[in-house]
Design a binder for this molecule. Structure first.
Ligand code: ATP
Ligand code: MG
Length: 445
């Protein structure tokens, strides 16, 4: 029997490394993205995991004899010599002179949509979503989710460097964390349980162990409406940190994380940033404004009449986005001190004015992307707050173990990955930034 050594056979050289292989014959693997026949030679455009590479086939410098079966979306291994050539604008670039093509598989049918254009023009979003495994072969569609990988990677790298431990909390839970009616009920061997609305209760429990924790995972919201910013399952990037001096520590940590993420996108995801024309925000300091002051600006400066004095509607969020841009030249703005009535039971009230809380939202280009704040850490205070909210503390006995046996002052936040991606890329609909969206009308593919 053969023995498996763990030596990784790296057959795919990334395009950005071609300069190190100038003049050498290398193998690359991928799909035939496009074939363009010219007089005496052909361009064979190869789509690899991340790149689209120009390969040139001419019988005079190749042993390969063209196979009539070769078509777009064939899976192939191409052996070719890396050569530099100038593009139309005179920039240096590399292409492959094809020495050989090995066909690994051929498509059984032509694709249902044309994917080898720059953009999936004139194709409805619903069709793009119905055909996700295929539509994402389009380099631009693919780039959205490569960039999204970068956001998560930045969040993870930054927090790990700050001493956070990555955790995974259960998604099948005995109680909802965020309250309200938007919780999915599930029959669990005859018992009613819920799909996690957030990792809140568990990340707080782990503050009692690791002090600083984070999680990047799906959460579920039974939102019964069809909006451009709500999904029924989304990826929440959460963190929770102990031993804080004030809830501003949390906002500072988020600001640091966002700066780090944007830098990472600029350096390691520059191809995707360019392809998507992503407008990467410059973050120096993020302005913060109190909830009631924000309401005043909305009413006095923008002459807008809020329908609810305890929360913002989407229009008000947009106005605050405009205000942040105009007054502070910032794409972000923190709104702090939300009314107590609108925040969950674990939120700490402001000792200076208990009608309000030590909490915040972060708006990005006029859209809420984060909610966070300081949590109650005193046992008696938390029990009293639960009772005031009409909850039975006994049902939350395991949650309250943190408080009962000693909790540090702590707080944290949840940041919606799809919403951040959406506004980074200027999308109108959060589904464009979701690989396989779940909404009120969609559970497939
Ligand atoms: P909204 O008021 O916009 O409905 P929320 O205040 O109910 O959001 P939170 O419970 O504060 O949402 O969730 C924290 C973050 O998670 C939000 O700021 C947002 O980025 C994201 N988020 C919340 N609900 C959804 C959803 N249904 N779809 C996509 N992202 C969401
Ligand atoms: Mg919120």
């Amino acid at each position: 029997m053969e023995k498996i050594s763990g030596n990784i056979n790296s057959t795919c050289v990334e395009f950005k490394d071609f300069k190190n292989y100038d003049g050498q014959v290398i193998p690359v693997r991928g799909y035939i993205h496009r074939i363009r026949e010219m007089t005496g030679f052909s361009f064979v455009i190869l789509r690899t995991a991340r790149d689209v590479i120009q390969c040139v086939y001419a019988p005079e410098f190749s042993d390969y004899r063209w196979d009539a079966k070769l078509c777009e979306e064939a899976c192939v291994e191409i052996h070719g010599k890396v050569v530099s050539s100038k593009d139309a604008k005179g920039n240096d670039r590399y292409e492959l002179q094809i020495h050989d093509i090995i066909i690994l598989s051929l498509p059984a049918e032509p694709l249902p949509i044309v994917i080898n254009k720059k953009q999936l023009d004139n194709i409805q979003l619903s069709t793009i979503l119905d055909l996700r495994p295929v539509s994402m072969r389009n380099p631009r569609e693919r780039a959205i989710f490569k960039l999204q990988e970068g956001i998560q990677r930045g969040f993870r790298d930054f927090l790990t460097k700050q001493g956070f431990t990555e955790i995974h909390s259960p998604k099948i839970n005995y109680a909802g964390a965020e309250g309200g009616t938007n919780v999915f009920k599930l029959d669990y061997f005859g018992k009613q349980v819920y799909l996690a609305q957030s990792p809140q209760l568990y990340k707080q429990a782990m503050v009692g162990v690791f002090q600083r924790v984070f999680e990047i995972a799906p959460v579920f919201r039974a939102e019964h409406h069809d909006t451009s910013r709500h999904l029924n399952e989304y990826i929440s990037m959460d963190f929770e940190m102990g031993f804080i001096d004030s809830f501003e520590d949390i906002m500072n940590m988020e600001t640091g994380a966002l700066k780090y993420i944007m830098e990472l996108l600029k350096t390691e995801y520059s191809e995707e940033v360019t392809l998507l024309k992503a407008d990467i925000p410059v973050i120096n300091e993020i302005p913060a404004i109190k909830f009631m002051d924000a309401k005043k600006i909305i009413m006095d400066k923008f002459k807008y009449k809020p329908s609810d004095m305890k929360d913002f509607d989407p229009e008000e969020e947009q106005l605050l986005g405009k205000h942040a841009k105009k007054e502070f030249d910032s794409d972000f703005i923190f709104v702090t001190h939300y009314p107590s009535k609108k925040r969950p039971f674990y939120t700490m009230d402001d000792p200076a004015d208990p009608e309000y809380t030590l909490s915040f939202d972060l708006l990005f280009r006029g859209l809420e992307i984060t909610s966070g704040g300081q949590r109650i850490h005193d046992y008696n205070e938390q029990v009293a707050k639960m009772e005031k909210c009409g909850m039975n503390p006994e049902e939350f006995a395991t949650y309250l173990m943190l408080h009962k046996y000693g909790a540090p002052p702590h707080g944290g936040l949840g940041l919606g990955l799809e919403r951040l991606t959406m506004h980074l890329l200027g999308f109108k609909n959060v589904r464009e930034a979701t690989m396989f969206p779940r909404d009120i009308n969609r559970v497939t593919p």
